[in-house]
Write a protein that binds this ligand. Structure first.
Ligand code: NAD
Ligand code: UDP
Length: 339
């Protein structure tokens, strides 16, 4: 595979930094653009340390058109992987405008700058949330988008639509939408991982912080769902598998038009199973209690990852124990994250 020079927006964040590492390991060149609103510059220093390769970092915002024009003038890239955006579902209910501005208007500005610079190949971070509550499980790409349950989800669906319309209008564009299920885990070195600011919204970092003694106990939201044990089921995948999925997507961008892939394992695990397995494989207690359901949560969904396997030659290789051990190694070695 020839080396591709790629701009990675949001590349200092959780999934972005692991993807930058996988890109460098695959021999590609990387320019990261990140405003550091939810990330630390240190994540990329660790990427350079682990890969023994260097990357270019530009601190800035995808909504800043002048900066984007300058970036594309100074760095001749042939593709963009677009992670930058806000991602907290609950916060999006309280601040919808911030979500539409960063995620939708930000993508619009990015695409306009790409068009002006003649860069028309894009991989976009979408989410399983675009399937909505009514889609049959496992989720398949041919199922039409549903009604997302939050402004965050709606912003992802709007960007998918925007990118489809763009490709329809102009056959020089080539876009791959990646719909992630639940990424967890950390790089196996223990040097990189998820570093949420403040109270974690997501299950895995919350479990890790309880295990580390930073939080007293985990609240399991709901024990009366119509599932195996009454708690919600999700398709958790290792962040390094997800990162490698982006490398495949970049290398297999369609010659023209939009492609869309689920990135998941195809297996659903319940919240209770996650907690019990974390305790067993890491030999550390995680006190928990049951709490009321969290608004907007669906009982159970998981991916049919067959299309990504067939067309991208990608499948998740790491198992649940890898995800839980790698999470704990990162948490233990970096109790305060990248601080
Ligand atoms: P993250 O917050 O760690 O990474 C996002 C990065 O974008 C951060 O480094 C942040 O500083 C940067 N950023 C945010 N707004 C920006 C802006 N306007 N300009 C420049 N940089 C900006 O989140 P993540 O978990 O790595 O998620 C990456 C992408 O994947 C997001 O688009 C997210 O919505 C999507 N996604 C995440 C999940 C998940 O569970 N983590 C699931 C599905 C989709
Ligand atoms: N969850 C929980 N306690 C927490 C955080 C999450 O019980 O402190 C549950 C949540 O209700 C959902 C599952 O864990 O059923 C996964 O939630 P997460 O926010 O990690 O991912 P989501 O699927 O909502 O994007």
């Amino acid at each position: 595979m020839l080396s591709i020079k790629v701009m990675v927006s949001g590349g200092a964040g959780y999934i972005g930094s692991h993807t930058v590492l996988a890109l460098l390991e695959a021999g590609h060149e990387v320019v990261v653009l990140d405003n550091l609103c939810n990330a630390s510059r240190e994540s990329l220093r660790r990427v350079e340390r682990l890969t023994e390769r260097s990357l270019t970092f530009v601190e800035g915002d995808i909504r800043d058109r002048a900066l984007l024009d300058q970036l594309f003038r100074e760095h001749v890239v042939s593709a963009v992987i677009h992670f930058a955006g806000l991602k907290a579902v609950g916060e999006s209910m309280e601040q919808p405008l911030a979500y539409y501005e960063n995620n939708v208007a930000g993508t619009l500005t990015l695409c306009q700058a790409m068009q002006a610079a003649g860069v028309s190949r894009l991989v976009f971070s979408s989410s399983a949330t675009v399937y909505g509550a009514e889609a049959p499980v496992p989720y398949r790409e041919e199922t039409p988008r549903g009604q997302p349950s939050s402004p965050y989800g709606a912003s992802k669906a709007m960007v998918e639509q925007l990118l489809e319309d763009l490709c329809y209008s102009d056959s020089t564009w080539s876009v791959t939408l990646l719909r992630y299920f639940n990424p967890i885990g950390a790089h196996e070195s223990g040097l990189m991982g998820e570093d949420p600011l403040g109270l974690p919204n997501n299950l895995m970092p919350f479990i890790a912080q309880v295990a580390a003694g930073r939080r007293q106990r985990l609240s399991i939201f709901g024990d009366d769902y119509p599932t195996r044990d009454g708690t919600c089921e999700r398709d958790y995948l290792h962040v390094m598998d997800l990162a490698e999925g982006h490398v495949k997507a970049l290398e297999h961008l369609p010659s023209s038009g939009v492609s869309c892939y689920n990135l998941g394992t195809g297996r659903a695990i319940s919240v209770l199973e996650m907690v019990e397995r974390f305790v067993a494989v890491n030999n550390v207690p995680v006190p928990y209690s049951f709490a009321p359901r969290r608004g907007g949560d669906l009982p159970a969904f998981w991916a049919d990852p067959g299309k990504a396997h067939q067309e991208l030659e990608w499948q998740a290789r790491r198992n649940l124990d890898d995800m839980l051990q790698d999470t704990w190694r990162w948490q233990k070695q970096n109790p305060r994250g990248y601080e």
